[in-house]
Design a protein around this ligand. Structure first.
Ligand code: GLU
Length: 447
């Protein structure tokens, strides 16, 4: 395989799909060496097949807003790869959603899911619907309209969507209700991220953030460090940032900065449990202004408009918001302020320049597909509970999540250890995920 050649063909085939091409390039560059030691993969054209989604559905979603006006959005589901199990991955509701964004997310999801040790293929979906400022009734009508179409292509053994940016427990509830109404199928495992009384799993809302911190603990341990007393900056205002802030604090870390689209809140004494609860409240009411945090907690949180969390001096950076949210300049600023570790919790949260900078400058870095896999892994645990028609106790789910994150860390170490003994977590995660999917594709023939 020659990465340059493959990328050139892909760029011609999919012009302008920047995020998708970026995600593919990152994976191909890190697996090139290993891939070329496997002529059987080359012969079966595994890469050429793996970089294309198996299928994509695009549909119109029409709904009526509170003013009585008709609104039209686009809905998508990308069924990327089913070699190791049914398609699994979230739904993103955000005004910037495009097919390119969902293709990059579906591609990443395929490897991430492979890393979880569970039999799940990769998928992703969503809409350019913007939930910010929408009423609860509008959210419900949109979710119902979205499900009118999506229901044709999902099912517990086929494709199991879940939440992502803009989609949490409330949206999953509205979609699940509509799915059952339309299909008269009452299997609890059609969507994951459900409420606890109707098939959900303990810890699913917290799982991405909790898993990220369990992974971070292992990474720090391997490097001879620990999280206690360390200053942490994080970005984002969804479930993920909330879970990360909660677990980081529980483990003895000090979250001193959180940022949103409007700026950053500096919290010199560290985030408090009340502030963590408030993060969740803000997410449920579709507000995403971090400034509200400073207004609510005067004297404890200071708002700085237009600045990112990466401008505050910390030990550890945890991007938890959106792809490409941390640039090379941000990485330089972090280092200049003493940061020595960045665990990417968002999907592709760091720009390629930032990753290269971290790696060149000895800053510990781990990619989203390893760090944030606890979310989808717990979705996998939810599917198992649904299939068995039972509910595991919180301690059982937490122990399994712990074990899965440890095993993802081990896979990264196995495939990413360099000659000098350091671990390249990007290489490790990409190679481990790739090998599993490639082998499964090879063994199942040309389909
Ligand atoms: N959206 C999450 C992710 O990026 C979770 C997906 C799921 O639970 O299926 O992995």
């Amino acid at each position: 395989m020659e990465v340059v050649k493959i990328m050139k063909t892909l760029e011609q085939k999919h012009p302008g799909e920047a995020e998708y091409l970026q995600a593919v390039q990152e994976v191909l560059e890190s697996i090139e060496e290993v891939y070329n030691q496997h002529p059987e993969y080359e012969k079966a054209k595994i890469i050429e097949r793996m970089v294309e989604p198996e299928r994509i559905f695009t549909f119109r979603v029409t709904w009526i807003d509170d003013k009585g006006e008709v609104q039209t959005n686009l809905g998508y589901r990308v069924q990327f790869n089913s070699a190791i199990g049914p398609y699994k991955g979230g739904l993103r509701f955000h005004k910037a959603v495009t097919p390119s964004m969902l293709k990059f997310l579906g591609f990443e999801q395929t490897f991430k899911n492979a890393l979880t040790t569970l039999p799940m293929g990769g998928g992703k979906g969503g809409s350019d619907f913007d939930p910010v400022g929408k009423s609860d009734a509008e959210i419900m009508r949109f979710c119902q309209a979205f499900m009118l179409e999506l229901r044709h292509n999902i099912g517990p053994d086929q494709d199991i969507p879940a939440g992502d940016v803009g989609v949490g427990g409330r949206e999953i509830g509205y979609m699940n209700g509509m799915y059952q109404k339309l299909t008269r199928q009452y299997h609890t495992g059609v969507l994951t991220g459900k409420g606890l009384t109707w098939g959900g799993s303990f810890f699913r809302p917290e799982a991405t953030g909790y898993g990220a911190l369990y992974f971070t603990e292992h990474l720090l341990k391997k490097a001879g460090k620990d999280i206690k007393g360390k200053k942490i900056a994080l970005s984002g205002f969804g479930n993920v940032a909330w879970g990360a802030a909660k677990k980081a604090t529980e483990l003895g870390g000090k979250v001193v900065a959180i940022s949103g689209p409007d700026g950053v809140c500096e919290i010199p004494e560290g985030i408090t449990p009340e502030m963590i609860d408030y993060m969740l409240e803000m997410r449920s009411s579709n507000r995403n202004k971090v400034e509200d945090m400073a207004t609510k907690f005067p004297g404890k949180a200071k708002f700085i408009a237009g600045k990112k969390a990466w401008s505050i001096p910390v030990d550890i950076a945890l991007p938890c918001a959106f792809q490409n949210e941390l640039s090379e300049d941000d990485a330089k600023e972090l280092k200049a302020n003493g940061c020595w570790c960045c665990c990417e919790v968002s999907n592709m949260g760091c720009q390629p320049g930032a990753i290269h900078f971290f790696q060149k400058n000895g800053i510990l870095f781990a990619p989203g597909k390893a760090v944030n896999a606890g979310g989808v892994a717990t979705s996998g645990l939810e599917m198992t509970q649904n299939a068995a028609h039972l509910n595991w106790a919180p301690a059982e789910v937490d122990a399994k999540l712990h074990w899965i994150m440890e095993s993802i860390h081990e896979q990264c170490v196995k495939f990413g250890t360099q000659k000098d003994g350091s671990v390249d977590y990007v290489k490790g995660a990409n190679i481990a995920g790739f090998m599993k999917v490639a082998q499964a594709m090879l063994e199942q023939g040309v389909i």
